[in-house]
Write a protein that binds this ligand. Sequence first.
Ligand code: M6R
Length: 608
Amino acid sequence: MCGIVAIIGKHRVAPLLVDALKRLEYRGYDSAGVATLQDGMLDRRRAEGKLVNLEKVLAENPLGGTIGIGHTRWATHGAPTENNAHPHFCEGVAVVHNGIIENFSEIRDQLTSAGAHFSTETDTEVIAQLLASLLRSGKTPKEAMQATLSSLKGAYALAVLFEGENEQIMGARNGPPLAIGHGDGEMFIGSDAIALSPFTDDITYLEDGDWAILNRDHVEIFNADGNTVQRPRSKASSAYAQVEKGNYRHFMEKEIYEQPEVISHTLTHYIDFATGKVREVSSQLDFADIDSLKIAACGSAYLAGQFGKNWLERYARLPVEIDVASEFRYREMPLPGRQAALFVSQSGETADTLASLRYCKNNGLRIGSIVNVRESTIARESDVVFPTLAGPEIGVASTKALTCQMSVFAALAIGAGRARNTLSEAEEKDMVRSLSEVPRITGSVLHQIQPQLEILSRELSKFHNVLYLGRGNNYTLALEGALKLKEISYIHAEAYAAGELKHGPIALIDENMPVIVIAPHDRHFEKTVSNMQEVAARGGRIIFITDENGARASNLETMATIVLPNVDEFIMPLIFMLPIQLLAYHTAVFMGTDVDQPRNLAKSVTVE
Ligand code: M6R
């Protein structure tokens, strides 16, 4: 949610800020803006809509200066207009902000009673106004910054410029991440290291409550009490520099086709294919010593957890309770006995997931997390980190991150099964062998089914509503299929456990409601085929996603039948994910939506 960047450098900074913002646009793209200091004077350019609009404004009316801040917005308070776009100015103070200031109306009322005039509907403007009022009262920029931060409640990552202070930028973090980049006579601030990858890979992450003063060759970091603190420097992953689309039309398409490779990297981290055994890392959550596991996550990461639950319960006989993190965090559930908790997040910054983690941590549970961004807050606050090796995922719709999360869960299920003695060595070997085939099978399936799905998506794009059905892991796939379709094509899609059809949704079936049924020839097949028959009998149009055995065993008339190879039931969800992703992708492309940056969404949800 919102990306911020700041540079104090040697070159004209506005184009560099825009370059960094392009790498942050996945965080929000309602409006964008940059401000620079030139000869001690502040100036800014802002534009509604995507970054390209800001680029046009800057081309017509360039900004000078070698020090500046930038912002790409996902609106929370106030419409996404140019006037509400950051940076916000007040009497020589410029602020960009990611997060939500929860006590903004209180501060706004106090400042208004003291004579302040607010010109935007944003919560962020109170920060600029508060800083300005403190400077007016005689405080130095440093004193004003510290006093302002101690008045703010809520979540923020900030970058601030002060008129007349050509040699300094201030940054602060409470909640959303903030990275400081060290250059050669230049310093940078970014919402993540990806934004800074064209400039430096030498990164310091601020901790919650930290704030910092940067000049061209130095940064001083303070904690919430104002004491100077040292934070470690680390090398950002070289993968961050390679966030290009290459020959693909969209990041999402590229990320779908990267899956064979990144699933292979991820599996290899957890499994020794030479010996046919899971590595030590797969049992680090002390699976043998717990009686149950809690899982919480959001969106597709939650669905990864659902696959994880199904596998851990089935193969390791470990009871798992899972909830969406936005509910989990407020349930005030008791957490007695021998339990651990596992959180799943691509970004590692999702606010609800992080809050759920902290709830479990405060209740004394051992915390594991499956994360893609290793330097993220969720990773840093976990006792055990299970990384996914998906590389940067830029498309807002999660694809490769999700299948890598599933790969980790598959390995953990084997590790837990071995640790709990519910799987024999031979069973472990069989499951490992099945997993070893996933990269090859995903690669060939992607190429095999793509032409059929491209044609089918043209048909699907004519409908306004779609129903997805499945049982067991196929129900979780159905949920993911519906989420992906809604998210990028804006077609209304719902998923139901096929057994629930008769309990309500069957009333919706007619020729205007395509029903996508996911039913490989597994132990649920016969039951799901009966549900398909009920749909067909009511004039419903069926898109049947099955395997070779399933196609042979059914003679129902369908709108389309997508046939995947027969594979072991354990790895089916990883293979059956592919048609779901391609169907959503091609439908969205055909409908002309903004595939990588769908409306109203952002990649990293760092506010509630
Ligand atoms: O970064 P996270 O994995 O924590 O994000 C969770 C969800 O916001 C994310 O999976 C979202 O549902 C995706 N856009 C789905 O494609």
